[in-house]
Design a protein around this ligand. Sequence first.
Ligand SMILES: [Zn+2]
Length: 202
Amino acid sequence: MAKRKRRKHIPAHAPSASAPTIGNPDQKYPDGVLQIRLYGDPVLRQKALPVETISSAEKELADSMLATLYAIPNGVGLAAPQVGVSKRLVVIDVNREDLDSKPLMLINPKIQSREGEIVDEEACLSIPDVTADVKRAERVTVSALNLDGEPVSIEGEGFFARVLQHEIDHLDGVLFIDHVGGLKRQLLRKKLRHLQQQSPGE
Ligand SMILES: [Zn+2]
């Protein structure tokens, strides 16, 4: 998911696309940055498969996804299908410019409970230049495994809860625009058709 610029000032020192800040130099993706799949690519509509065993391949993928996320100045979350891998793995860092930034790498995340409702603007790294208001639960509890295979429970509120819901949706082939109805959806249609025609995946 992409954070809208109006929410937070992006400092000049934010990493640029050519300067990934993290990543294992031995990984199979040489520069640590993966290509983001765009709207129209069929992988974004597939239901991703659960990760059965966490091997070095999953750890490398998570590292590369985080490097990719950090290479995008306003990126706060990325799901594996967005880099063309249909597996249930997401990386999230909503505090990426803070000193206490702690990236989350979640395997097989599942929303266990939802509370409240809130509407706010969303954007997606796979759907460039499109934003829309989306109604989401205000608080969620998510169960998942960490990269060591240990069960974790994450409680999210507000923007963090929104990012969790957005990324977990990706694992089921659901995009934020699917939550937009009525007139706004009609207004988006032309823009989406244009994106779809540009996609090599179609
Ligand atoms: Zn997204």
